[in-house]
Design a protein around this ligand. Structure first.
Ligand SMILES: [Zn+2]
Length: 500
């Protein structure tokens, strides 16, 4: 599209007022103008695009992603829909034969043993059956745990969170993998390009991306190359902070905050709980940071103007984190500190989150996948505590601000909206309109982008998507097609091209 393009004959849901809909606008200098004013649209446009009655929404803003990792994983073996280790072994052996590996490593990603018949992690011995010469690693869907074969273990070495017997490595050992494999900056830039294209195809125009220092440099280079064309708000791992400051590098790229982990995951039984795991008596998970350590981090972040993005899943982790915010934070409203996942959430903690003005950044796809009857969360927590899992309606009713994201597990905002609307616990379902607000307007707010993005009123950035169907009227939201994705007034994905 050129400068000053009129977009007509569409149903625009601007996410401004609940009932508000208009049917056309002008894209002018990357901004939205003349909303709903047909005479002005026809007068001011050099060019007209007729959308034939399709629906327009502001672009989705995924508030929690690992796009760089996702792009790297696109050349690995996706095990997310595998139902047994035998099946995983088959695909990984085929990968080995194909020779198209990640620098000689055979890597399987997103396995979920809770869906497997045996329900157990594979062992080092089993992975040695795939190869003893090539390194083989299989990474759990939570990305907090992986199993290695003998060769991979040999290359990783010894250390904390490495079990030489079972081949299991955990937490920080997984973050080192890229370095050990020898992935270069150029590999990373390619991976980002792949992932961003996928994100645009799914209707995402902005993502809050968690990076290490090297990832941040890769994003900066892409931006300098003029090759980003997608909005990325980076959150840097706290230990990688160095002397960096929050910065807006371009309208596409900025560094917003720091990421810290308070605990692990429910899948890996490392989320910190108040009571024992239902399926692992004696285990209450791991607290990765104490309240004192968290307070120091919050103070440092605030003194340097960074937003705090804190991963906390278990109820014990959340309580410690809230205690730390209560004791140390003084700039929460302005910097918009946020809690990621918050899956096991008590009523008391919901109220504390609201009273402390913190923002919940949650992933409805997790609720849909794991909170079903007899699903993983029920096995880990039992029936009673399952009721505390992902309580979206309770949070909304308590006026807690919630932003939605996917954690790239998998990427897909329409599936996320579908998941929140069809929450496995009926009493926690929210409306489609509210789910869209969480995935767009609230995500813009938590990313400090609300004056330019998050709705389609006059003067906002022309970041929008065209959908095959109106989600407010659809009973099949997850299968709505993204027809077009426009960022900064530029068409960056056009599904109609593919059909033609
Ligand atoms: Zn994450």
């Amino acid at each position: 599209m050129k400068i000053s393009t009129g977009v007509i004959n569409c149903d625009v849901i601007p996410l401004v007022g609940r009932k508000q809909v208009f049917h056309g606008f002008v894209i002018d200098g990357g901004k939205v103008r003349n909303t709903g004013d047909y005479d002005a649209i026809m007068e001011d446009s050099d060019d007209i695009v007729n959308l034939q009655g399709l629906t327009v929404l502001p672009g989705f803003i995924d508030a929690h992603t690992h796009l760089l990792n996702m792009g790297l994983n696109m050349i690995n073996v996706d095990l997310s829909s595998i139902e047994s280790f035998e099946e995983a072994k088959y695909y990984m052996s085929k990968k080995l034969e194909s020779g198209e590996t990640c620098k000689g490593w055979i890597i399987g990603t997103d396995f979920d043993e809770t869906k497997w018949k045996k329900g157990k992690y594979p062992t080092k011995k089993e992975l040695d059956e795939i190869s003893t010469e090539s390194p083989v690693v299989i990474i759990r869907v939570c990305t907090h745990l992986a199993v290695c074969n003998s060769k991979a273990l040999e290359m990783i070495g010894e250390g904390e969170n490495i079990d030489p017997k079972t081949g299991i490595i955990k937490e920080e050992q997984l973050w080192r993998l890229g370095e050990i494999i020898g992935i270069t900056r150029a590999d990373k830039k390619d991976a980002i390009r792949r992932a961003i294209q996928k994100a645009r195809e799914m209707g995402i125009t902005c993502a809050h991306e968690i990076v290490d220092r090297e990832g941040w440099e890769a994003y900066k280079e892409l931006n300098e190359d003029g090759d980003l064309n997608f909005r990325i708000r980076c959150y840097l791992r706290y230990n990688d902070l160095g002397d960096l400051e929050p910065s807006v590098v371009s309208p596409y790229l900025s560094l917003r905050g720091i990421k810290v982990f308070v605990d692990g995951s429910l899948g890996g039984r490392t989320a910190a709980l108040e009571e024992d795991y239902e399926d692992d008596p004696g285990n209450r998970g791991i607290l990765l940071l104490s309240q004192d350590e968290l307070e120091d981090i919050i103070e440092t972040a605030e003194s340097r103007g960074f937003q705090v993005m804190a991963h906390a899943i278990g109820d014990r982790a959340l309580t410690v984190l809230l205690d730390a915010f209560e004791a140390a934070a003084t700039r929460t409203k302005e910097l918009r500190h946020r809690i990621e996942h918050a899956e096991v959430l008590s009523e008391v903690n919901i109220r504390r989150i609201r009273d402390l003005n913190l923002i919940l950044s949650v992933q409805p796809n997790f609720a849909y996948k794991w909170s079903r009857p007899r699903g993983m969360n029920e096995r880990r927590l039992g029936k009673e505590r399952l009721k505390m899992c992902n309580p979206y309606w309770d949070a909304q009713r308590a006026l807690v601000k919630m932003a939605f994201g996917s954690d790239t597990m998998p990427l897909g905002p329409l599936f996320g909206v579908f998941s929140a609307v069809n929450h496995p616990m009926l009493e926690q379902r929210i409306s489609t309109y509210n789910a869209l607000q969480c995935y767009i307007t609230n995500s813009a707010y938590v990313g400090l982008d609300e004056s330019n993005q998050g709705n389609l009123s006059n003067g906002m950035d022309a970041d929008f998507i065209v959908l095959s169907e109106n989600p407010l009227e659809s009973d099949d939201i997850q299968n709505i097609e993204v027809v077009m994705t426009v960022i900064n007034g530029e068409v960056l994905y056009d599904g109609r091209d593919e059909e033609a």
